[in-house]
Design a protein around this ligand. Structure first.
Ligand code: BES
Ligand code: MN
Ligand code: ZN
Length: 490
């Protein structure tokens, strides 16, 4: 998708679809300008009782062959209340209402006091992300007609810098969506390893893939026990972005990579969404997506390590038993009182490995607990961190990208719930506060003086109905937050 600024105004912009935002109850200049160009439009809007509320969109296909072919008027709500999210929603609506038209889409919004560069980036990202559809698994996909060139009208020239990273970021979000939406017979640990190789080659990233034997040699018993009931080989994937010049910060992005989670012998039954558990590699989808964007944006000063311990949680005669005691790479022993709390086992060894890279900060993303979905729903991810500055930086990055993130407590006393009589710990505590004990479990495998954050994306990885920029299905949640965060560290 091509993005540019147009130096034209409402009177002289010519293209295929013109989208204009109109604030509520405002006999604004925009309305007068619209009337000047499209004679009778104001009367028509009145007849339709279009008030400019944020729920309203007016679409008119203009006949006669003259440009534009389609006019969209998008209600923006009260002028005073239009913020970044308002821009996102309006852009997303413009994009969706433009489906069916090819060529050029012009978008004119009251840009107000919002930083024009930021406005540019937000609108362009929202348009591309809203138009994404996944037709990979259809025999004869219906050809889609969407605008290929997007022009933002009425912004100062210097705002164009905001467009520079848009395609790199959106490609990362789309990679995450594609990986997460791919079914578990396609998105296997091997496919993830191949995807890493496909990123490493063109972007000159370094890649190490540890096979089962390598993981065994490193004593990764927590990770390997999860994979032992699966016919598919596990893959431990380490992808590295090294900047040109001096490295000022070293970061690690760790993603849960369960390509399918049956629950194991604690099988997912009765509404436990076993049929959705292809999305249990959502954390790795996000870190893969972020690495793709970072590789393309090439920030200086930051080295970024992506670590994904990928496998399936399945059942056969070799599968881990409830009650087994396994040993993680640091030697600590874990009594598996629930085979369905497998993500934290894989992450234990992934976090230990990540910390060996001596990073300044580590963030892990995981579809870790149903408890987090209960606590925060499907629009807000949970954030746990041992470092206030890091938590703040991540929250800021999330706000800038319009992704919901809420800090949760690492409440030490709850660690008692993980006490085992035989081993150093159990993998599961009591149901109440389940997302907190999961985070505390992970914290045990992170160097005390390394800044670390854990983001539980169990609720946000998927949206059945779709909303805003997210078409129904995999959301690609977290990619933009991670990329913004990495760039802020550069
Ligand atoms: N992958 C699931 C978490 C999950 C559940 C994500 C529902 C999205 C929707 C994870 O491996 C899991 O099964 N967690 C258990 C932990 C429990 C056994 C302590 C859970 O949340 O029920
Ligand atoms: Mn599970
Ligand atoms: Zn899981």
């Amino acid at each position: 998708m091509r993005f540019s600024l147009s130096s034209a105004g409402l009177q002289d912009w010519n293209g295929d679809v013109l989208a204009v935002g109109l604030p509520q109850g405002d006999p604004s200049e925009t309305a007068a300008e619209l009337e000047k160009r499209f004679n009778g439009l104001v009367a028509t809007l009145e007849k339709r009782q279009f008030k400019g509320k944020s729920s309203e969109t007016f679409v008119s296909n203009l006949l006669g062959g003259a440009e534009p072919q389609r006019l969209l008027v998008i209600g923006l709500g009260e002028a005073a209340s239009i913020d970044l999210d308002g821009l996102r929603t309006a852009s997303s609506k413009a994009a969706k209402a433009a489906v069916g038209c090819t060529g050029r889409l012009g978008l004119l919004l009251p840009w107000l006091s919002i930083n024009p560069m930021e406005a540019c980036q937000i609108c362009a990202e929202s348009i591309r992300l809203s138009l994404y559809v996944d037709q990979r698994f259809q025999k004869d996909p219906e050809p889609r007609q969407i605008p290929e060139s997007i022009e933002l009208i009425g912004l100062p020239e210097q705002a164009a810098t905001g467009l520079q990273g848009v395609n790199a970021i959106c490609s990362g979000v789309e990679l995450a969506r594609e990986l997460v939406a791919a079914p578990p017979n396609v998105a296997t640990p091997t496919l993830l390893a191949e995807t890493a190789a496909d990123l490493a080659e063109p972007y000159g990233l370094e890649l190490n893939v540890l096979e089962r034997d390598d993981c065994e040699a490193r004593g990764m018993g927590a990770f390997l026990c999860v994979s032992q009931g699966s016919d598919l080989p596990p893959k431990f994937i380490h992808l590295i972005y090294r900047p040109e010049g001096e490295v000022k910060r070293r970061l690690a992005l760790v993603g849960k990579g369960l390509t399918f989670d049956s629950g194991g012998y604690n099988l997912k039954v009765g509404g436990a969404q076993i049929d959705m558990m292809k999305f249990d590699m959502g954390g790795s989808g996000t870190v893969f997506g972020a690495m793709r964007s970072i590789a393309e944006l090439k920030p200086s000063g930051v080295e970024v390590h992506m670590v994904v311990a990928s496998c399936e949680n399945m059942i056969n005669g070799s599968a881990v038993h409830p009650g087994d005691i396994v040993r993680a790479a640091d030697g600590s022993t874990i009594e598996i009182n629930n085979t369905d709390a497998e993500g934290r086992l894989t992450l234990a060894d992934a976090l230990l490995y990540a910390c060996e890279q001596k990073p300044d900060a580590v963030v892990d993303l995981a579809t870790l607990t149903g408890a987090c979905v209960v606590a925060l729903g499907d629009e807000i991810a949970g954030l746990w961190s041992n470092n206030d500055a890091m938590a703040e930086a991540l929250k800021e990055a999330a706000v800038a990208s319009g992704e919901g993130l809420w800090r949760m407590p690492l409440h030490k006393p709850y660690k008692d719930g993980l006490k085992s009589k035989l081993a150093d710990m159990k993998n599961t505590g009591p149901r109440p506060g389940g997302s907190i004990t999961a985070a505390l479990f992970l914290q045990g495998f992170v160097d005390k003086d390394t800044a670390w954050a854990h983001i539980d994306i169990a609720g946000t990885v998927w949206s059945d109905k779709g909303k805003g920029l997210n078409p129904p299905g995999a959301t690609g949640f977290g990619v933009r937050t991670l990329v913004n965060w990495v760039l802020s560290q550069a």
